[in-house]
Design a protein around this ligand. Structure first.
Ligand SMILES: O=P(O)(O)OC[C@H]1O[C@H](OP(=O)(O)OP(=O)(O)O)[C@H](O)[C@@H]1O
Ligand SMILES: Nc1ncnc2[nH]cnc12
Length: 183
């Protein structure tokens, strides 16, 4: 297993990522510049290398991977498999059998409720949160709240893409955020 990622690995990865990204204006609503990662997720070697860079970025220093519905499930699964860590799902309201913790939150284009099963993490366990896109940070902030509810710790947040202008990194501080690409 690869344990480090060099700067030249990362810039090559960023180029491959950019080649497979598509930006869609006014989706899902007027004024939103949607970063469509479907082309990225379609390339197995790219998903693998992104996940490997995330694991290396956090030096395997986490006990579980928390993946955020829905696009985060794809990356989170890859990260959990490469790291050899159990996967925990943070799902939209009503999808997980209880008992669950719930948090309502706002994201760039709406509001939603995220849930996690109460027994999914134990106090003191370190969780790495994985998602595709960081926009306003509402989704990852809610996920961190779910993780901390029963005393587990957030190692950090790993995302493929950070929409820098929306200042999600600032909102999540002091949590560490690793993004493969910032646009
Ligand atoms: O930083 P924020 O402003 O919170 O936005 C980021 C979130 O928005 C998207 O999820 P969405 O809820 O659209 O769900 P999906 O993955 O199910 O499409 C994306 O996958 C992130 O989870
Ligand atoms: N602009 C955007 N593109 C893709 N996913 C998003 N999630 C929140 N905002 C987004």
């Amino acid at each position: 297993m690869k344990s480090d990622t060099t700067a030249s690995d990362l810039s090559a990865l960023r180029r491959r990522l950019s080649d497979h990204l598509r930006v869609v204006p006014d989706f899902p609503s007027a004024g939103i510049l949607f970063q469509d990662l479907c082309g990225v997720l379609a390339v197995p070697s790219l998903v693998h290398d992104i996940a490997e860079a995330m694991v290396a970025g956090f030096r395997h220093e986490f006990d579980r991977v928390v993946a955020v519905e829905a696009r985060g499930f794809v990356l989170g699964t890859a990260v959990a498999q490469i790291a050899g860590r159990p996967l925990v799902l943070a799902r939209k309201k009503g999808k997980l059998p209880g008992p669950v913790h719930s948090v309502e939150y706002g994201l760039e284009y709406g509001t939603a409720v995220l849930e996690m099963q109460q027994e999914a993490l134990r106090a003191g366990e370190r969780a790495l949160v994985v998602d595709d896109v960081l926009a306003t940070g509402g989704t990852l902030e809610a996920t961190a709240e779910l993780i901390r509810h029963d005393g587990a710790d957030v190692t950090g947040h790993a995302v493929v893409l950070d929409i820098g202008a929306l200042e999600g990194v600032r909102r999540l501080a002091p949590d560490r955020v690793l993004s493969i690409l910032t646009v």
